[in-house]
Structure formats: structure tokens, C-alpha cells
Design a protein around this ligand. Sequence first.
Ligand code: ADP
Ligand code: ZN
Length: 611
Amino acid sequence: MGDAERVLRDVFGFADFRPSQGEVVDHVLGGGDVMVVMPTGSGKSLCYQVPSIAREGTGIVISPLIALMRDQVEDLRERGVSAAALNSTLSPEGQRAVEERLLAGELDLLYVAPERLVTPRFRALLDEVEPALFAIDEAHCVSQWGHDFRPEYLELSFLRERFPWVPRLTLTATADRRTRAEIADRLLRSDALHVVTGFDRPNIRYLVGLDDGSAREQLLRFIEERHAGETGIVYCLSRRMVEDVTTWLRDRGVTALPYHAGMPAEDRDANQQRFRREDGIVIVATIAFGMGIDKPDVRFVAHLSLPSSLEAYYQETGRAGRDGLPSEAWMRYGLADVVQQRRFVDRSDADEEHKRLELRRLESLLGYCETTGCRRRVLLAHFDDPRDEDCGNCDNCLEPQETRDATEEARMALSCVYRTGQRFGTGYVIAVLLGRDDERIHRNGHDEVSTFGIGRATDEATWKAVLRQLIARGELATTEHDGLRLTESGVTLMRGEGTLSLGRRATPSVRAADGRARGAAARGGTRPADALDATQRARFERLREVRRLLAQEQGVPAFVVLDDAALATMARDVPRDAAGLLRVPGIGRVKLERYGEAFLDVLREERPPEE
Ligand code: ADP
Ligand code: ZN
């Protein structure tokens, strides 16, 4: 067994490297540079942690995310690894203490913020020590084209000149071709190994549905039926919505905490801390929440309104299930969301080129939401990672939607927008289609137009679906006063060219939607403990309680003691001695020493599992 394997087993408690990890670690131990592009939850941190421990000297990890540094340092210390972080939260004395430990060669890993790494003081310090490696996390921040560009990242190129013999790794979860080229060019040797795995997060189940006005009730049911007592994130569009939803959920017994940029910083930090440390907190947040959250056991991410793009959706839902256990991405959206997003684009003062890009972004997002096919395939295709097969783990795979032709309805709707002068919003257009007895319609004389009442045979929900589709596909755009107007392609479709089809779910009755959700739930649960039977499940809960107490005692987050996957394995296998515990993934030597007895006490009271 090599040094790396020994570290993996003794310190981290894992039997084998995942294939891409093994490749990276080998190359770094051989002194080479590596670019790592792997999705969240694939185990990027081990790629530099293991070689840092196995090699002489200190591994220097550059990360812009303070919360993430703190989590990793805590986790490593729990495993008996000597690790520290240098960032703006340290006092001057604290900083000096860390520097001294670095100089004394006592640190296996040192986490540094990029702006600190490039200071003359830190560079001088670096000259005095022997770095084991440099790991540059969130490496896409070096891209001047990207949305996360950080100028300090450009300065990191000095590492290459000053320490050509020290291996470097760059790590990121998202980098398109251009960004990868920039990373390679600025931060790595030309002969660096590139390890780029796909974007898929197979353990995340995608569930997307309509907000028919009952999104909150649907969310509550989703939490109660599928994620009771588990950790989750609920994303909302506005601060007000965050406050409302938090209160609403709390009143119904969910442990919900708010998070948004308008709150006092102390309250916000306190809520983030509780979310991090405690088990089973649901945080209700605007998109301000999330950067640097690497809590591994987030079991669901819910969107109560549309995210801003498919990229944002991937990133936000990606915070679920870092531990690789089944997790769910749940979303509800409605016609109003679609109109609002379309309005953002129509009203933006960007130049034409940019507007076209924004429009394409919106079309991709809505295309994903409205698809009747496998959602994962749509999502991955968007990231240039196409798949030939349906995933079997999204709502459309679990409960295939039939589609039907709705071209005739689409033409009626477009024609109605046209006949009423292309100035009215969705509600009005639908009222005319349905021939409603409405004061405004009479006043405008629209009970006289040919499309008045033309759509009586179709229900309101279907009309909403038709309009969503037409907006999603760009056949309808918004006017300055929130009305709808036809685009060129809208005119073409109205005149008879092209088709439109709708999924069955275009007209969901609340009850039907319910039945479907339950059907999917019955077919295969998604919770880590779902694979457990009732006895094992009860044991899992007892172990969870022990973990809670240990975490409290140590003042660390519960997942730092042990993650859910380890607890589930213990609940299933019921190890009764140290050797048995060591076979549980995630339990290494130090954890065994620290916590083994506490867990064994519980397990020994149990009957052995039946063969
Ligand atoms: P990333 O940084 O890529 O998002 P992490 O490094 O946080 O991923 O790892 C994700 C999860 O996978 C963690 O819970 C970690 O314990 C687990 N993990 C990583 N490597 C292995 C391995 N070789 N065997 C088993 N589990 C692993
Ligand atoms: Zn699918």
C-alpha cells in the first residue's frame, strides 16, 4: 500500500480513491500539475488534502471562501490533521501564531485567501518554507470573462515563476472550454494533466411543477412527506418573500430560518451558523445565500420561483447531496414568473447583442422547465455534456408525460393577442378567450372581436400553459406596460407555420399532482435512511442523537463528527467493535479513538442484524 492509500484509509476512513481522484493524486505525488474540473460532491478536496498530508512540507490551499476554509479546517482537525487558515477573520495574534506554526513546519495544510497570498508579507513567509503543493480552489475566478472574476487570481501566476518545482492543482466545479483554457494558461504548466469529468449529479432527483397558487402548501407537503427533520434550502425571489415563507413554515412546525442581504449581519451570520452546525434546519433564503456552503447533508433544495438562469439553477440545486446520498431539487413556477423573466429581458438596457444572449438564456431555462422529456438530459446538454439515455431519476422519467398537439390553441391565443391590440397582459387575454363577462372587456369593445369566447372549450389552466409555452419559445414578448405582443416568429405561427405541443401536466388538478408525487415516492424513497427498514431507521435516529451530543460537546457541526452516510451504514451493519467501525466509510483512526466508544455503546445494546 502506498502512502496515499494509507492516508486515505487511516485519516479519512475510505477504502478506495474514486477513479478520477486516484489519477489526480498519483500525478501530484509524482510532482506534476493538474487541472481538476469535477462536479460538486465528487470529492475534489481529497485530491489536495491527501497529497498534502502524504508529502513533506505544507500544502497551501488558496480559497476565496472563508466559510469553506473554516469547515475544512474543522474537519481536518477532527481527523487529527494539523491544519490552519489565514484570513481576515483572524486577530493579529492569531495570525502570528499560525505563521509561527507554518515556519516551524508543523502544518500539513494551510488555507489562505488569495488577497493574502499575494501580499509581500506572505510571499516572504513562503520563501522560508517548503510547500508540499499549491491548490487553487474556485479556479474559474481567474477568468476575466466569467461572472466570478477576481483580479487577485491573475496575480497567482507568480507561484509558477517562483516555485516551478512545486506541484499545483486548480480545482473548480464549473468551467467551460474557454475558462479551462484561461486556467491552464495563467496558472498551470503546459504539460499539466487535465481531469475533467462530466456535470452530472446522479444522486439529485429533479422535480419541477406548476405553481397553481398553492406552491407553499405543496412545499410544506413535500417537506413533511419526504424530508421531515432533514436539512434543506428554500430559495425565494425577494426579501419579503423570504420573511413570509419563513413565518408560514414555522407556524406549521418546520424549523425554518431566514437569510437575506437586508437582515442585520449578526442575525444573518447566526442563522448561517445554526444551519451549518445543527441537523435538520431549513434555511429560507434569497440567492445571497450559498457561496461557500459545503454542508454535505443538504437533502433538498427548493425553488419557490424561477432561478435567474439554468447556470444559476445548476449551482443552487448543486448544494444538495454533496455527500452523494439521494437528494431532491424541487421547483414550482407559474405563468407570472415566466412573464416577469421575459420582462427583465425586454426591459433591460443592454445592447442588442447582450439582449439576444439574455433571451437565449431565458429560453434555455424555460425550455428546461417546460420539457416533457428527461430533465437531466436537457440540463446536461446545456452544459455540453449530452447523454443518450433518460436518467430514470427526474419527474418526467418517473412519471412520463404524454404530449398532445396544441397548435390550434396556440394560434387562437396569438390571434387573440393580436386582435386585442397587443397591449394586454395574460389575465386579460385569457378572459377574452374564455368569453368572460368583464367590465373592462366590454368597455374596450373586445366582446366584439372574433376571438371573444373562441376558447371556451379549453380550461383556464391550459390557456396558461399555452401562454407560458409561447413566451418560453419567444413567440410572445412583453410590452412596456406589461402587455403581450407578437414577435416575428409569433406572427409566423399565427399565420399557420409551425406547431406547439403540450404535456399532460399542463392541466394538473391539485389532486392529480398529489397522486403523482406519492406514486413517485412509493416507487423509491430518496432519503439516506429510506434504504433502511423500520428497526434500522430507529437505530439511525438514535445514532443521530449521539452525534448531536458529541457535536455539541466538541463545538463542531454535526457532519464534522460523522456524516449521514456513515450513520446509515452503522444502522444497517451494526458493528460491535473497533474493527467493525473502521470498515464504516468515513471513520479513520482518530475518529475511532474520539467517538468510537460513544457509538459502540449504542450499537452494543442492539440486537445483531438478522442474516
Ligand atoms: P467536492 O469538493 O468535489 O464538492 P467533497 O470533497 O466535499 O466534494 O466530497 C464530497 C463527499 O464525498 C464527502 O462527503 C466525502 O467524504 C466523500 N468522499 C470523497 N472521496 C471519497 C472516497 N474516495 N470514498 C468515499 N467517499 C468519498
Ligand atoms: Zn430523467
